[in-house]
Design a protein around this ligand. Structure first.
Ligand SMILES: *[C@@H]1O[C@H](CO)[C@@H](O)[C@H](O)[C@H]1NC(C)=O
Ligand SMILES: *[C@@H]1O[C@H](CO)[C@@H](O)[C@H](O)[C@H]1NC(C)=O
Ligand SMILES: *[C@@H]1O[C@H](CO)[C@@H](O)[C@H](O)[C@H]1NC(C)=O
Ligand SMILES: *[C@@H]1O[C@H](CO)[C@@H](O)[C@H](O)[C@H]1NC(C)=O
Ligand SMILES: *[C@@H]1O[C@H](CO)[C@@H](O)[C@H](O)[C@H]1NC(C)=O
Ligand SMILES: *[C@@H]1O[C@H](CO)[C@@H](O)[C@H](O)[C@H]1NC(C)=O
Ligand SMILES: *[C@@H]1O[C@H](CO)[C@@H](O)[C@H](O)[C@H]1NC(C)=O
Ligand SMILES: *[C@@H]1O[C@H](CO)[C@@H](O)[C@H](O)[C@H]1NC(C)=O
Ligand SMILES: *[C@@H]1O[C@H](CO)[C@@H](O)[C@H](O)[C@H]1NC(C)=O
Ligand SMILES: *[C@@H]1O[C@H](CO)[C@@H](O)[C@H](O)[C@H]1NC(C)=O
Length: 426
């Protein structure tokens, strides 16, 4: 009986109920589900400004599954992937404002949404929680604002959340901790505040956690290294985290990157790195770590068998004690050591010259004394150990730490040493 009614007249009203009521259920039985996708995408098109005309093929004379950026499942011809990354959607020059389309929620077979690098504004619709098959949500580098809706906790298949470089704020929802398949959470460069819910540190599938440059606070749970056994990248720079660095990180044996720069962590570092064979990046700069006393740097010795080690930064902390001899036994893969602005004493071991890949070393503002090993002196042309900003090995002229830029993409993150002397991982 409903087949005599034309669907365009009925569907918008049906959708507007949002909850699938009995009428919709009956109605849906008579309409091909791909028509639902078809209408939803057409209405997305109507909401977005499309300066590159990427949605030009989104019209009735082209089959849905051949539309640019649209992929369908083979069996049901339902839309499974929407790849509209870097398409300048919502033209920056256009004052007209749309939102990440609510209508997406009707494409219930979607597995991938990719709006990476567009100009989307407005809030993430709560209805995102209806996309129960979603595995990848990418909308990094847009202008999205408002909260991350708790309904995201319904997406039990989600593997990746990519929402970095937006203006999202409020609390990180506790419901994220329900997502038992989640591997990557990319929320850096937003305005999230408050404590990270403890539930997130319980998601054992997590491999990459990027929370940098928000306003997050609180401390890390002591057992984090046991609950996040698969963690590879732990990047939480430029926040307000406090407390000590949990020793249990010694047991997160897949760790490759720990970057906690520019927080307020304190206390002695007692992580045993000897089991972290893949670690190549440790940045603790700009915290209150160390006690200013003798064996603060004892943990350095545990790093000598980490054969991929490349970047080591401890600058601007309270580390005391002598520079351990074992620094010369670090892997020859190391390219940068920054220990400036601490309370470190002792002499520079001549063996530092063994580190043939080292292109930068910063030891300024400490109590390091004695002679500068020949290998450094020869290349830097300077003799003052107090402000040793220079690089050696492969560089014939002195290079200021502050302007050092190391770019190695895409395999490894970009390292930029900013004017403040902090490394930034992007
Ligand atoms: C539909 O899209 C196709 C492919 O981009 C284009 O050739 C055709 O002119 C479009 N038709 C209409 C009516 O816009
Ligand atoms: C929906 O699928 C049917 C059969 O699988 C096909 O004939 C029809 O053209 C599709 N509709 C759209 C809008 O692609
Ligand atoms: C799409 O969303 C807009 C705004 O929420 C709504 O006005 C419109 O009816 C929706 N279209 C469909 C087909 O659901
Ligand atoms: C999320 O799931 C709960 C039940 O688990 C349901 O009540 C709620 O409507 C769902 N919300 C969304 C937006 O999908
Ligand atoms: C961040 O959030 C606070 C409120 O929590 C607000 O006052 C501030 O304007 C926001 N900043 C940005 C850049 O969105
Ligand atoms: C974490 O998981 C453990 C064991 O599964 C459970 O007892 C605990 O309540 C969970 N904590 C949070 C904050 O979800
Ligand atoms: C945790 O790591 C430390 C240091 O590597 C090791 O001594 C300890 O046995 C590990 N604990 C477990 C339960 O694996
Ligand atoms: C490094 O490896 C050597 C040889 O396997 C081993 O004897 C030594 O205990 C290891 N040291 C550390 C700190 O891991
Ligand atoms: C220097 O670093 C490169 C890149 O990590 C590595 O391939 C090479 O083996 C290193 N050289 C030495 C002597 O370790
Ligand atoms: C550390 O390096 C020095 C040379 O700088 C060497 O004499 C010593 O045997 C090395 N120690 C270890 C444990 O490899």
């Amino acid at each position: 009986m409903f087949s005599s009614i034309s669907y365009p007249a009925i569907l918008p009203w049906c959708f507007s109920l949002l909850l699938i009521n009995s009428f919709c259920t009956i109605f849906k039985a008579t309409v091909n589900p791909n028509e639902t996708d078809h209408l939803a995408l057409l209405s997305i098109k109507a909401q977005l400004h499309d300066p590159l005309g990427v949605m030009g093929s989104w019209n009735n004379s082209v089959p849905l599954c051949l539309w640019t950026g649209v992929s369908c499942g083979h069996r049901h011809q339902r839309v499974t992937k929407l790849d509209l990354r870097s398409q300048s959607l919502e033209g920056r020059l256009s004052p007209s404002i749309g939102t990440l389309p609510t209508n997406l929620s009707h494409c219930s077979n979607l597995i991938v949404i990719d709006f990476h690098k567009n100009n989307l504004v407005g809030e993430i619709p709560v209805q995102i929680g209806y996309l129960l098959k979603l595995e990848h949500l990418h909308a990094d580098i847009n202008h999205l604002s408002g909260p991350l809706p708790a309904s995201i906790g319904n997406l039990s298949n989600l593997l990746v959340i990519g929402l970095s470089e937006n203006s999202l704020g409020g609390r990180v929802p506790d419901k994220l901790g329900q997502l038992r398949r989640l591997e990557r959470v990319n929320l850096y460069y937003n305005n999230f505040s408050g404590m990270v819910p403890a539930s997130i540190y319980n998601v054992s599938s997590l491999e990459r956690l990027y929370f940098s440059r928000n306003r997050l606070s609180g401390s890390l749970p002591p057992n984090i290294g046991f609950t996040l056994q698969n963690l590879k990248h732990f990047v939480i720079t430029h926040n307000y985290f406090t407390g000590s660095l949990p020793d249990s990180l010694s047991n997160a044996s897949h760790l490759e990157i720990i970057d906690i720069a520019k927080n307020s962590f304190s206390g002695k570092v007692s992580i045993d790195f000897s089991g972290l064979n893949n670690i190549y990046w440790i940045n603790m700069a700009g915290n209150n770590l160390g006690t200013g006393t003798t064996d603060d740097l004892g943990f350095v010795t545990s790093l000598i068998n980490c054969s991929k080690f490349a970047v080591f930064s401890l600058n601007k902390n309270q580390f005391g004690g002598v520079l351990p001899r074992s620094i010369t036994n670090l892997s020859t893969t190391i390219i940068r050591i920054s220990i400036g602005s601490n309370r470190i004493s002792g002499t520079i071991p001549p063996g530092i010259g063994n580190l043939v890949n080292l292109t930068g070393i910063g030891m300024e503002d400490n109590q390091i004394s004695g002679t500068i090993p020949h290998v450094i002196e020869r290349l830097s042309g300077h003799t003052s150990a107090e402000r040793l900003y220079y690089s050696f090995s492969g560089h014939t002229h002195a290079e200021r730490l502050m302007t050092y830029t190391y770019v190695e993409r895409p395999q490894k993150p970009t390292l930029i040493i900013t004017g403040e002397g902090y490394m930034v991982l992007l």
